[in-house]
Design a protein around this ligand. Structure first.
Ligand SMILES: [Zn+2]
Length: 315
């Protein structure tokens, strides 16, 4: 089924040579060829997961469980490695900037996650300092603290958090983030399985109140691709990340409608590379190839894989 397995796990595990050179025949080399051919200085990936070790282990256990939330599909984690190996790997791939998407599934957890993320950003200069939120009474206070501390992007997970993004407790938070111009990557589509508040409805109510909010809709809004394209067309600050979209894995689960390709092309300045590294059931390279095979051209690929993110984050 195409290039899923063109890079073996062994090749993908290629280590850096002492010289710092990327060994030939490895996934890293193929990825560098991809962006090098486009004339880019590297990649900007707005959707990678770094979180406290024991939280990440829980996430991995959950994927291992093949529950209803993975759509009942096998979900082998390709990059199940120690944190230092994972950051080193992104650098070998030539990812210039990435994020630490972390998110709470219950109240009282976001502040603690944000504390960890401050430290992670400090020791990982190529990570865009990331923070998160949850509808709770102190949300406005800790979001303000995070912005003051230099958070450059937020993550909100409507499915895992099982909250309504239009909850009134979040109203001042969205207002604050819109004002500060800090983007929020939000998982609000109903893939891989719907939640009580997923889908375009609740987030449309948020945008009606905060039209300047810089939302980055994760996974292209999968599977409600067209409804989220509508939102991006209506609101100039709404963007979409490519995370897992267009891959063989997602095309089985929720195929992107071919008729929407011209709209995707037209929104080329507001589509951002996202990967879901390390929690992906295929090699990183496959996400890039999946974008390439859309056939939208090199200019589109340059914007999506690097330039849009570089501009948004002032890199
Ligand atoms: Zn993700």
């Amino acid at each position: 089924m195409s290039d899923h397995h063109s890079v073996s796990a062994d090749a993908a595990a290629g280590a850096v040579e002492p010289s710092g050179r990327v060994p030939t025949g490895t996934e890293a080399e193929e990825i560098r060829e991809f962006w090098g051919r486009l004339g880019l200085p590297g990649l900007v990936d707005v959707h990678t997961h770094f979180m406290p070790e024991r939280v990440l282990r829980k996430v991995w256990e959950y994927f291992d469980g093949v529950g209803p939330l993975t759509g009942g599909l096998e979900w082998p984690i390709t990059y199940r490695e120690e944190e230092t190996e994972r950051t080193a790997r992104l650098r070998r791939f030539g990812v210039r900037a990435f994020t630490a998407m972390l998110y709470p599934h219950k109240p009282g957890m976001a502040r603690w996650l944000n504390g960890w993320a401050v430290d992670f950003a400090r020791r990982t200069p190529d990570c865009l300092h990331t923070a998160t939120l949850y509808p709770e009474p102190d949300a406005e206070a800790y979001v303000r603290e995070a912005v003051t501390a230099g958070a450059r992007v937020f993550k909100a997970h409507v499915q895992v958090g099982a909250y309504d993004p239009a909850d009134e407790l979040l109203d001042p938070v969205w207002g604050l983030l819109a004002e500060a111009g800090v983007p929020v990557v939000i998982h609000c589509g109903s893939g891989p399985a719907p939640g009580k508040h997923t889908g375009p409805g609740p987030i449309t109510r948020v945008l009606a109140r905060h039209p300047r909010l810089r939302l980055i809709v994760a996974h292209m809004g999968m599977p409600e691709y067209e409804e989220f394209l509508d939102l991006a067309e209506r609101y100039g600050e709404v963007r979409l990340d490519t995370t897992m979209a267009f891959t063989d894995f997602s095309e089985v689960l929720a195929p992107f409608p071919r008729r929407a390709l011209p709209r995707l092309a037209a929104l080329g300045d507001r589509v951002l590379l996202g990967s879901d590294f390390p929690n992906i059931p295929y090699p990183y390279l496959h996400q890039l190839r999946a974008l390439e095979r859309l056939g939208l051209g090199e200019e589109w690929l340059r914007a999506v894989c690097h330039d849009n993110g570089a501009e948004l984050f002032g890199l």
